[in-house]
Design a protein around this ligand. Sequence first.
Ligand code: ADP
Ligand code: MG
Length: 727
Amino acid sequence: MSRIRFNALQETLRRKPIKVIQNEKRSTLFGQNVFNKYAMQQYLTRAAYESVMNAIDHGTKIDRKIADQVAVSMKDWAMSKGATHYTHWFQPLTGATAEKHDAFFESINGSLAMEKFDGEQLVQQEPDASSFPNGGIRNMFEARGYTAWDPTSPAFIYETTLCIPTIFVAYTGEALDNKTPLLRALQAIDTHATAVCKYFDKNANKVSATLGWEQEFFLIDEALVLARQDIQFTGRTLLGHSPAKGQQLDDHYFGTIPARAMSFMQDLEQECMLLGIPVKTRHNEVAPNQFEVAPIFEEANLAVDHNSLLMDVMQKISRRHKFKVLFHEKPFAGINGSGKHNNWSLSTGNGTNLLSPGKTPMKNLQFLTFFINTIKAVYHYEELLRASIASASNEYRLGANEAPPAIISVFIGRQLSAVLDELENVTKGKLSPQEKTDLKLNIIGKIPEILLDNTDRNRTSPFAFTGNKFEFRAVGSLANCAIPMTVLNTIVAKQLKEFKIEVDALIEEKDLKKDEAVFNILREYIKDSKAIRFDGDSYGEAWEKEAKKRGLTNYKTTPEALKAKVSEKTISLFEEMEVMSKVELEARYEIDLESYAKKVQIEGRVLADIARNQVVPTAIIYQNTLLENTKNLKEIFGDEYKIIAKEQLELIMLISNHITKINALVIKMEAEKVKVNKYSGFKLAAHYSNKIKPFFTDIRYHCDQLETLVDDNLWPLTKYRELLFTK
Ligand code: ADP
Ligand code: MG
């Protein structure tokens, strides 16, 4: 009997929820560990405060003397809260976060010591980061990399460390992280959206992208996970037979949160409050033991940092509660996977949501302008958007039945579709006074009412308009939001730039009024981008066929999808918008391919190991018991045993059959693995995708069949029913 599984089950059954002390109101806790505006006002001189504010609002440089002042104040503030160390906190291209802690402590002449932290340490550091992926940008012997302070994301204290959000770049200037391109994309959207805003409001001076993510995850008992090397090493189950009861009854969704999970959530939320992460919503998700947390939306750079931080904090807090958090997009076959919806919009300096209709026809025209330009951008760059969410783990979700498909399309709902259909018929060139009035009163004038009762929601769409924002639903739960957000903001920035050029041309060359010119261009955009709009069921086969007819791409594998990251179209887009250079793009593509290959490689190794060293030996033990039993029956009953032991004999044959198949498949898979030495880059990733990954399903099938045949008491791996229904 396999002791580890049963010990784990016993341990799990004995667990009690950890009591979380909640003495203080959330509003009191909020931001206590963040060097935010409030703390800065208290600790900084007026000049230093203004300098930091200017850097945040207008991207101005902070000079060295001021940086020294900020550093000293930051240290005083951090020490008053018990911090002893500081770190530059950054997001290398591994997709995770990185930190290296240094003490504030410094000794003087070897005898005295003091706490020290100066501007130089705040502003720039050189981490020994030679083993972070750099895709060939940073030749280890030549160019080094450094981290540099990002004042737009406030420093915070986690445990006893002051964490300073930073970018990570090579000395030659190339970005080695996910934050730098995001900041550049946010700069681009600010520039081009502000320019377009000026059509509607002469005083417009700033536009920020906003992001509200929704993080889905599974909470599985730690002991049960320890009995499975697949979850430990790959974040998902590589095998396991479906339980008799799965999610058919939908009885978990929005149900009462189980006690232990609840106590984890309370603990997590308190920590989030201290860190200034404005989490607001928590609920059960569709699958058993699946949950979601979501914050109030924030400026996109901050929201991205907060999501990365949240994922770190969740891992740490889950340990206290004896849980393992699974962020993988598809930890359990046949059970809903996890995503991370990215709710995105644009907001002006005075807080006007540009994707929310207003009270006047002019405001509605502004809304339509941003709305239609976004749709056009998504249409024109659908391949790139698809590439931005491609990964080895999201591959198990995209195109699977309950997740958004691998085809990018935009849902806007019946009523807004009707508005666009009407706008499509606007006269070319100058509009008659009658037509103008009609447009203002009957078409764009009606938008706010339409949206108020717009209840039609389409859960199957990968990119849906939901009343006052777009919701990019195909982003993976494990993803760093910076990557899709960099792409989305860059493509919309580029689209708005084009729009402005075209509208200005009509005003100057054709002598059209501003609103006439806007209507004229929007009309063309509506016509051009029709193929991307789809309000039907995106999960159906019919859509796959229809999308193909419309010329939309449908890349089911990650290596194929990733190609768009380095297409000529992409390179010229990113270079024009000054978001990434060709070198930076190619580096990321290399890293993505390599990471894909490595992940599939690890899965292959772990699966082969489990199949051969756990599943097959267990099946043999059980088969031996059956053989022993059959032999005994024969001894006692003679020839009659064939009837009496019919079931046993059948089982013996079945087990042999599955064992033979598993062995043959593993041998074939190993043979394919040997070939990879010849390949690198795309070919390597494609080989893993096309030649190695397909074995997983077949090997799994035979293992899962054995799971249903072998005595439950012998089975060494915790089963789906135990992983999913133990609370
Ligand atoms: P759901 O999509 O689950 O029905 P909501 O519509 O309430 O839920 O919003 C979901 C998420 O959208 C929340 O995380 C919220 O912060 C975010 N959100 C709302 N408005 C905006 C906005 N203007 N920009 C970005 N995110 C937003
Ligand atoms: Mg949502």
